[in-house]
Design a protein around this ligand. Structure first.
Ligand SMILES: Nc1nc2c(ncn2[C@@H]2O[C@H](COP(=O)(O)OP(=O)(O)O)[C@@H](O)[C@H]2O)c(=O)[nH]1
Ligand SMILES: [Mg+2]
Length: 229
């Protein structure tokens, strides 16, 4: 029984990885930069993404977003306020996005006209880690309210990230965020990824993050090493 479940999971991951590779080829050919944002629910992905999309639109960067949640299109409505094209993926019982969903929800969009595509994954620190979506940049986010040790508790995600974002820095003092401890925790699982400290409230770090996502980064993550949840 256990062997069959492991085989089934392996099969799902292999199918996902194959489609992700083909998506990556399409993104590269179209010259679109793609990032996959992963964090726990409530860490501020949508708020930061709304600020980032608004800044992109103001600067004439053609940005678009796909956003995954188990239910509601609340986040797509919030993100659409930026003026960028946005589509909601409702996953129902699924705790992560898969490359097939990305492929389906991209239908009708001309990738050649998009500079930056951001995928906001379902809020979860474990499941999305195993699923490559064809992105060039995986972004792991941690808010100052979550505790400095989260990178130690969820090392697979933070290790596999190409960029690490700290969110809600405007309330860091109020929640007694220990910045040095957090940076040490991040560095112990990921020695090299750029770390961007941000606040969707003040706009701090938004431009730095945008610059990183549209610049040329070498993908370093290796989702194939992860076991499906
Ligand atoms: N103070 C502060 N609150 C924030 C910030 N970003 C998000 N929030 C709040 O955190 C909560 C969750 O944010 P949301 O963007 O929905 O998180 P998501 O679930 O990761 O997409 C909301 O109440 C936001 O208003 C921030 O930079 N500063
Ligand atoms: Mg959200």
């Amino acid at each position: 029984m256990t062997t069959r479940i492991v085989d089934l999971r392996k099969g799902i991951l292999e199918k996902n990885d194959l489609l992700a590779q083909s998506l990556r080829g399409r993104f590269t050919d179209a010259g679109v930069r793609v990032s996959n944002w992963v964090s726990s629910p409530g860490s501020g992905k949508t708020a930061l993404l709304e600020a980032l999309l608004t800044t992109a639109v103001e600067r004439g960067i053609s940005a678009a977003a796909l956003v995954g949640d188990c239910a509601t299109d609340n986040d797509a409505i919030r993100l659409a306020r930026s003026g960028a094209p946005v589509r909601q993926i409702v996953t129902e019982s699924m705790c992560h996005l898969e490359s097939e969903m990305i492929s389906t929800y991209l239908e009708g969009w001309d990738l050649a006209t998009i500079d930056l595509l951001v995928v906001e994954n379902v809020g979860n620190l474990v499941c999305p880690t195993a699923y490559d979506l064809g992105e060039d940049t995986r972004v792991a986010l941690i808010s100052v309210t979550e505790g400095e040790d989260k990178p130690l508790k969820y090392p697979q995600l933070f290790h596999s990230a190409d960029v690490i974002v700290i969110t809600k820095t405007d309330i860091a003092a109020a929640v007694e965020w220990d910045r040095d401890a957090a940076l040490a925790a991040i560095r112990s699982v990921n020695p090299a990824a750029p770390i961007v400290e941000t606040s969707a409230r003040t706009g701090d770090g938004v431009l730095d993050l945008l610059d990183l996502l549209i610049s040329t980064l070498t993908p370093t993550h290796s989702t194939q090493l992860q076991e499906a949840p």
